[in-house]
Design a protein around this ligand. Structure first.
Ligand code: COI
Length: 356
């Protein structure tokens, strides 16, 4: 599809762009937003781009009451020669539909969404920061809008995409983060919504995050919801361990988010002849491997977080330093390679980076 496929109402008031040196994650938004509506009579219809603006919704809109909503996160990058690139965007629309399925939200047409997104990003391309380590974070999301307190799937939805120029997700940039291993609260349980990108998975984590912050830790590491024994994920990142020169990551089990960066890291490592062992990893094994020196690295992966080394871990009141609190060589190589592919600075033998 090359013809214009979107109705575009351009803003007449262009906003001032933020100073890139002061960018915080998700605080600024571009000039426009994408919208598309769903009704049971018409299906998904009227894809359009309008000036970024507030919404008018009835207080009874179902999203406010029962949280029937899903979202995605991906990024647009500007390469050194000025091209605009998206990283594996088709995977995001595929996962959006998986989340829709879990939350009983009608699915979208993935191919059409990709074309709309390209056209939308092109319109607001001046919002893609040119500076190293920066990008335009893309947040597609769907909310249930039917005005009723009935507890059943909504019959009306709005899909929106907003764009936010971002630098690092963590304040310390690529510096190793510290992690609090949560063994009281649960993020997700078998059969729940853990592998869907839906609001409740994140707001349900705030209480544990408060405790992690009070222990001066950046993030929470979640354990499985049944035995509180096996490592699952960090909420904003999947996790990897390098033990005795081998890479291990928790196997996808329905309660772990199926990260696109996770998948890319596995494929990248495998393309270099390193196998990645996807399996159940107990927290006791991680602590023991750290104690006996076989845990060489721990790092997280995510769209927002990219590759984030973990330098410190707190579990049951004890603090453990990992790899002397430093970024390891595997995390460092992965970061450089992934960002290189994303920004077009390195060859992309996988065809992941799509020019808009
Ligand atoms: C992302 O990495 O895109 C996410 O959705 C995580 C979010 C909590 C920032």
């Amino acid at each position: 599809m090359t013809q214009k496929i979107l109705e575009v109402v351009q803003t007449t008031i262009l906003k001032e762009k933020p100073d890139p040196s002061t960018l915080e994650f998700g605080k600024h938004f571009s000039d426009h937003m994408f919208m598309m509506d769903y009704t049971s009579e018409e299906g998904w219809h009227q894809p359009r781009v309008v000036p970024y603006q507030s919404l008018t919704l009835e207080p009874a809109a179902m999203v406010f009451h029962y949280g029937q909503t899903v979202f995605e996160g991906l990024k647009a990058y500007r390469s050194s020669n000025g091209d605009i690139r998206l990283f594996r965007p088709e995977e995001n629309f595929k996962r959006l539909n998986q989340s829709c399925d879990r939350l009983s939200i009608p699915k979208v047409n993935e191919e059409a969404m990709l074309e709309y997104l390209k056209e939308f990003v092109k319109l607001d391309k001046d919002w893609i920061p040119k500076e190293k380590g920066m990008s335009l974070y893309i947040r597609p999301f769907i909310i249930s809008t039917e005005a009723t307190l009935d507890v059943s799937p909504s019959r009306a939805y709005t899909l929106m995409i907003i764009l936010s120029p971002v630098g690092s997700f963590y304040k310390g940039g690529i510096d190793p983060v510290s992690i609090f291993v949560e063994n009281e609260y649960t993020r997700a349980a078998p059969g729940g919504t853990g592998n869907a990108k839906t609001a409740g998975n994140y707001s349900g984590a705030y209480k544990a995050q408060e405790r992690a912050s009070s222990h001066k830790k950046d993030q929470v590491l979640w354990l499985d919801g049944v035995e509180k024994k096996y490592v699952e994920e960090v909420g904003s990142m999947n996790v990897f361990f390098k033990i005795n020169d081998e890479i291990h990551t928790p196997a996808l089990n329905g309660s772990i988010l199926e990260g696109i960066t996770r998948k890319s890291v596995i494929e990248l490592l495998e393309s270099e002849g390193m196998s990645v062992c996807e399996r159940s990893i107990s927290i006791d094994e991680v602590i023991a491997a750290n104690e006996n020196g076989s845990l060489q690295e721990m790092f997280g992966t995510g769209t927002a977080a990219v590759i984030s080394p973990v330098g410190r871990l707190e579990y049951k009141g004890r603090d453990y330093e990992i790899n002397n609190g430093k970024m390891g060589e595997t995390a460092s190589w992965l970061h450089e390679t992934l960002v290189g592919i994303q920004t077009g600075a390195l060859d992309d033998p996988f065809g992941w980076s799509i020019e808009v």
